[in-house]
Design a protein around this ligand. Structure first.
Ligand code: F0G
Length: 460
């Protein structure tokens, strides 16, 4: 009962910078009120993403010394391949430089202009790829998952089978090119997808010959939720669960910057030989030769080890409970969050936090700025800026169902003292929430679905 602290001790430290509120106000203004444009040294606790920010273990660092940097057929590739096969249970492994490159390859193979790509909630890099190709992504997470104020539900990442069936009936199965299940579902809270749902979605797709792809950046966290929440899985190992999850898909993409516990890299994994061969061709043009695909030998070594560590139950138990700890602390201060907390962060409901700020004035982005100003904590908006779109017919802005600020928690990096700082700062802002007004965008880039990375704002 005492084994509740971190299942590791800290051997190396990286100093972070404290700052004053006046400095942060100045820096924020210089960054156009966009947290992506802050320098990391201007940030005290960085929760903009859980991607590429993990602390590596001693085993990973020592594996890096074994990197084989041969252009073709390097030893490190075969080590990575074996580790991936062990967890994914699929034979063909094409490394990529990061997840979006795997998205790109997958889009080229599975998608086409004018066809629909069904998903629970597609991640923005797939959306960007689809937008450039003219493929039509649709988000069919269950209703509970699309409502940030809804009651807790164990698997808010699940896909609504009725919505899928209606689209198939309405448009014809031949006009649906792929179904992508994102595990965990990043865009609505790092919410898991149940094994039952993966199985049922896969069965429906099989009936209509629609290929299934798992976007598996957070595959181990999803497996942890299945083990701890889904009846029948409590005695299965994390790897048994991951193997079963992937048994229901043809192909998986992965940003290894999350559950790979490394700083860079991606994977395209498939059981279909001809798909693999197409992926090889695309990789050679865009990524690198098939046995490295944009990764160095040492990075593949670190990933081979990191994937195994991410499937360790004690690690996952610590990881998910740290996220839940922050959620509990925020709830104690009355801060409205998406419940239950998910795998990789806590998502604060922008509309319930700032009811006086309409979506057209970016309440969650305002909260990102307020949190940075208050405590030097950098979070990220996932709301009207990141997911807002323009109606192609009327030209009017369309606002997303999810309006939130994501506080992403890095893996093995921060302690619960850092979580307390975040909770206290947000609690204080919440007490003074009436004093805040909205924001407007003053410039943005040309790809609408990626505008949040570079947009500039002004305070209203
Ligand atoms: N798929 C999912 C579900 C993701 O969360 C990400 C990245 C990608 C694909 C793209 O991978 O960054 O390696 O190219 N998510 C990060 C985030 C950036 O902050 O959630 P990438």
């Amino acid at each position: 009962k005492y084994m509740t602290a971190e299942p590791f001790r800290i051997k190396m430290v990286e100093p972070i910078t404290r700052s004053t509120k006046a400095q942060r106000q100045q820096w924020l203004q210089e960054a156009g009120y966009n947290a992506f444009r802050l320098k990391s040294e201007q940030v005290y606790i960085d929760c903009i993403t859980d991607s590429g920010t993990s602390a590596m273990s001693q085993a990973q660092w020592s594996a890096m010394m074994m990197g084989d940097e041969a252009y073709a057929g390097c030893r490190s590739f075969y080590r990575l391949e074996a580790s991936v096969q062990d967890i994914f249970g699929m034979p063909y492994v094409q490394p990529t430089h990061q997840g979006r490159a795997a998205d790109y390859i997958m889009t080229q193979i599975y998608c086409r202009p004018g066809a629909y790509a069904i998903g629970n909630m597609h991640f923005d890099t797939f959306r960007g790829n689809a937008e450039m190709m003219g493929c039509l992504p649709v988000d069919y997470a269950i209703a509970e998952g699309m409502d940030t104020a809804s009651a807790p539900h164990p698997f808010k990442g699940n896909i609504d089978l009725n919505k899928m069936q209606s689209l198939i009936d309405e448009k014809g199965a031949e006009n649906i090119c792929v179904c992508i299940i994102t595990i965990t579902c990043n865009n609505n809270g790092g919410q898991p997808v149940s094994m039952q749902n993966i199985r049922e979605v896969s069965a429906l797709c099989k009936k209509y010959n629609i290929p299934v792809v798992l976007d598996s950046a957070r595959l181990a966290e999803n497996a942890y939720f299945i083990k701890t929440r889904e009846p029948g899985y409590e005695n299965k190992s994390i790897k048994e669960i991951t193997n079963e999850m992937f048994s229901y898909c043809e192909t998986a993409t992965m940003s290894s910057k999350k559950d790979g516990l490394v700083n860079i890299g991606g994977l395209f994994v498939t059981r279909n030989k001809s798909v693999y061969e197409q992926a090889n061709q695309l990789a050679i043009v865009h990524e690198g030769f098939i046995t490295y695909g944009g990764m160095s030998g040492r990075d593949m070594e670190a990933l081979a080890v990191g994937l195994q560590e991410a499937c360790d139950f004690d690690y996952l138990d610590y990881r998910i409970k740290q996220v839940a700890y922050l959620g509990e602390k925020l709830k104690e201060r009355g801060v409205p969050i998406i419940e239950p907390t998910g795998g990789h962060g806590v998502y604060v409901d922008g509309r319930r936090f700032f009811p006086q700020i309409p979506q057209s004035e970016f309440p969650s982005q305002r909260l990102v700025c307020a949190l940075y100003e208050e405590a030097g904590v950098r979070a990220v908006e996932i709301g009207a800026c990141a997911f807002g779109s323009i109606d192609k017919i009327t030209g009017e802005p369309v606002y997303p169902a999810i309006e939130a600020m994501r506080i992403a928690i890095n893996r093995r990096v921060y302690t619960n003292n850092h979580m307390d700082v975040i909770a206290n700062a947000l609690g204080d802002i919440y007490e003074n929430r009436d004093q805040y007004r909205g924001m407007k965008i003053v410039h943005q880039g040309s790809i609408q679905s990626l505008r949040h990375f570079t947009a500039g704002f002004e305070l209203l």
